[in-house]
Write a protein that binds this ligand. Sequence first.
Ligand SMILES: NC(=O)c1ccc[n+]([C@@H]2O[C@H](COP(=O)([O-])OP(=O)(O)OC[C@H]3O[C@@H](n4cnc5c(N)ncnc54)[C@H](OP(=O)(O)O)[C@@H]3O)[C@@H](O)[C@H]2O)c1
Length: 300
Amino acid sequence: MDAPRRTRDLRGRTTLVTGANAGIGYWCAEQLAARGARVLLGCRSPERADAAVSAIRSRVPDADLRILPLDLGALPSIATAASGLDERLDAIICNAGVKAADRAARTDDGFDLMMGTNFLGHFALVAQLAPSLATDARVVVVGSITHRYAHLDPARVDAPWRGSSLAQYGRSKAAAMTFAFELARRWKGSSRIAACAHPGYAVDPLSPRRSGLAEVPAFLRALAAPSRVLVQGKDGGALPVVHAATAADVVDGDYWGPGGLLELRGAPVRVAATDAVRAPATGSALWAAAETLTGVRFRV
Ligand SMILES: NC(=O)c1ccc[n+]([C@@H]2O[C@H](COP(=O)([O-])OP(=O)(O)OC[C@H]3O[C@@H](n4cnc5c(N)ncnc54)[C@H](OP(=O)(O)O)[C@@H]3O)[C@@H](O)[C@H]2O)c1
C-alpha cells in the first residue's frame, strides 16, 4: 500500500475530498492523485491542507491538486466554497468527520458538532455543488459500522442528546448515510450514483508515514503492530471509499466496506446497511429537516 498505484486511469476526472488533510481523507486524496485524478482538498486549515499537498507531491510529483477552503461547521464557508468552484466535479467524497464530542460542542451555526459536521454540513455542500456535478458524477458518503446501533428520528436531528458520544456519532453517521441513500433514490433514472462506504476500523499507527501528517511515535507504531490482524491503517480504510467513488462495479445506492472479519479490515466488498438508513420515509423526512435547519434547498 505504501507505494501508490501507478496506473493513470482517472486522468481527466476531478474529485472533491472533504477532510483531505488527515486520515482516511488524506489517503483517498493520495490514492486518487496517484491514479491521475485531479483532487480538490476540502479543508478548513490552510496549514494542514498545505502539509497534505506536500505529502502527496512527495509521492506523486505531478499530482493535480487544488485546495478548496471549507469548514463544514460553518454554512457561510460552505456557500463560499460552492460558489467559488468553477469546474466540473466527477465525484464528491463526503469524508470529513468528528468522531467524538461533548454534548455542548456546537458548530459555528449552532448545530450539535457531530450532527452538524458529519451530516448537515455535507448536505449543504452537496446541495450547493449539485450544479457543478457531471452527468455521471458520484457522491460517496463515508459511513460507519456504528450506524447499525443508531436510532435516528428525523424530527429530532438537532435536538439535545443524551447518552454516550459514541451513540450520537452513530446517529450522525446514520443521518449522513440516510441522506446518501435518499439521494440515490432521487437520482434514479439518471447516470449519477450516490453511495456509501465505510473504512472498517482504521488507525493512524498502522498507516504508512507521511511527513507533516499525524506523526505517530515509533513506540506507538510498535505497540499497535500486532493489532494489524484485526484492524488496518487509514490507507487501507480509504480503499472501500475510493472504490465506491471510482470502480465500474458500483451502482446507485451501494454500500462498500472492508471484506475481512466483522468488516474491520480487508479489501473492498459490497456490505449491508440497515433497513433503517434505507427507509424512504426516513430519507424524505430527513431531507426536509436538513433543508429547514440549513436553509439550503436541495432540488434534484
Ligand atoms: N477511522 C475509522 O476507523 C473510521 C471508522 C468509521 C468511519 N470513519 C469515518 O471516516 C471519516 C474520516 O475519519 P478519520 O479516522 O480519517 O478521521 P481524522 O483522522 O480525525 O480526520 C478527520 C478529518 O475531518 C476533518 N474535519 C473535521 N471537522 C471538519 C470541519 N468542520 N470542516 C472541514 N473538515 C473537518 C479534519 O480536519 P482538521 O484536521 O481540520 O480537524 C480531518 O481532515 C470520518 O467521517 C469518520 O466518521 C472512520
